[in-house]
Write a protein that binds this ligand. Structure first.
Ligand code: ATP
Ligand code: MG
Length: 382
């Protein structure tokens, strides 16, 4: 892709709402749109958060339209006086807001025959001449699709559920048609027990110089380190680098793509002849229980039958072929954590592992470290 081609596909995101700037609402809309845009070959080049202020919003639209081919804004389309996204964009475009008869009819129909539509909702029937409405199947606020001077501006409601359906039903198909691009193929290799930098060193050239047309990256996640290859070329280009990384990582890799640690652990127990697994844990806030409970049983795997969290006293875990016990003591004076893992029953093993991170991430990592111990169990543990 040349620089000129890349510039012709620049996308800016605007998240509008005072509550976002107060930290009361986390901007999940921008995260969702950013990942969706990357998947259709239109990665966002910038993202801004704005207050519900007409002049600020107008300036931001004017600036975004000067620098991007696509501008996508969420929030501020509601019926109340503090929802001024339409007004801000109209100002930036220098176009008048006019009531659209068809939109007004749709809105009135939404309120049904018995109830009169509140006057404030009339504002949601406003359009500027360059705007076409985007249908909102679950809420009252229609979106806008605007084309002006070669630039596309999309307005979507702030409510995440409405934003998501309107994105996938209305906005994304239009953008895909206007900015065609080969689909992005992605393969991921997942490993646990190797740090991000150790991994970069072990993989070396596999990551630094991937095959032509393939991008490579290493990402630290709660469930280990993910090595990700992607291409807009043929999916088969990814086979060789994935196989090479799997070979280089050996037993440290626990799977690819949709594979996860709970299933890797349950599969290993199944291979070792255990039919059921129960868990007990302390200090983890129940992270092991929630990770295992989310793993729906698959053929050949041990079945998770439940667990207990020790806060005080000694409640008994359900009986099972294997019991997985995890204890996460508080961090030491240097902020380091070690987790103690013990496997007993049909298979027996004990281990301790160092874990990184703080807060809820530390708890999830302790649970994943325990599952990593299980999925690495050797036949001699039987
Ligand atoms: P409504 O018609 O419901 O008023 P709207 O388009 O006016 O929709 P907002 O009033 O800005 O949207 O936001 C409605 C709710 O949606 C907010 O209270 C907030 O909970 C959520 N929301 C708004 N923007 C975001 C965002 N960027 N990320 C996550 N949630 C958001
Ligand atoms: Mg609102």
């Amino acid at each position: 892709v040349t620089q000129r081609e890349a510039d012709a596909r620049r996308v800016q995101l605007l998240s509008i709402g005072a509550e976002l700037l107060l930290g009361e609402t986390v901007d999940t809309n921008a995260a969702h749109l950013a990942s969706e845009l990357a998947a259709i070959g239109l990665p966002a080049s910038a993202s801004r958060v704005l207050p519900d202020d007409r002049a600020t919003i107008a300036d931001a639209f004017a600036d975004a339209m000067a620098h991007a081919a696509v501008v996508i804004a969420t929030g501020g389309l509601g019926p109340t006086h503090d929802d001024v996204t339409r007004e801000g964009l109209a100002d930036a475009l220098g176009e008048p807001l006019e009531e659209d008869a068809a939109l007004l009819e749709t809105l009135e129909a939404r309120f049904g025959s018995g109830r009169a539509m509140p006057q404030t909702n009339r504002r949601q029937a406003l359009l500027v001449p360059s705007a076409r409405p985007l249908r909102n199947p679950i809420g009252s606020a229609p979106g806008w699709w605007v084309e002006r001077d070669g630039c596309v501006v999309v307005l979507l409601p702030g409510v995440p559920s409405e934003m998501r359906v309107m994105w996938s039903d209305e906005a994304r198909p239009r953008l895909e048609a206007r900015f065609p691009s080969a689909p992005l193929a992605i393969r991921t290799v997942k490993a646990f027990g190797v740090g991000e930098s150790a991994m970069a060193e072990r993989l070396g050239a596999l990551i630094e110089s991937p095959p032509e047309g393939v991008d490579a990256g290493i990402y630290a996640r709660d469930d280990g380190v993910h090595v990700r290859f992607s291409t807009r070329g043929d999916r088969s280009l990814l086979e060789q680098p994935v196989a090479a990384v799997l070979a280089a990582l050996g037993g440290d890799a626990y799977g690819t793509d949709d594979d996860d640690l709970p299933h890797a652990a349950l599969r290993r127990l199944g291979e070792l002849g255990a039919g059921t697994l129960a868990s007990s844990e302390a200090g983890t806030g129940g992270a092991l229980l929630s990770a295992l409970a989310a793993a729906h049983p698959r053929p050949g795997e041990a079945r998770y039958v439940g667990g207990v969290l020790h806060v005080e006293g000694e409640p008994r875990p359900p009986s099972a072929d294997v019991l997985l016990d995890v204890t996460l003591p508080p961090e030491d004076a240097h902020g380091r954590s070690r987790v103690r893992v013990s496997v007993s029953g049909a298979v027996a093993h004990a281990a301790e592992a160092r874990i990184h991170g703080s807060g809820p991430q530390r708890l999830r990592r302790a649970a994943y470290a325990a599952l990593d111990v299980v999925r690495r169990l050797s036949a001699s543990a039987r």
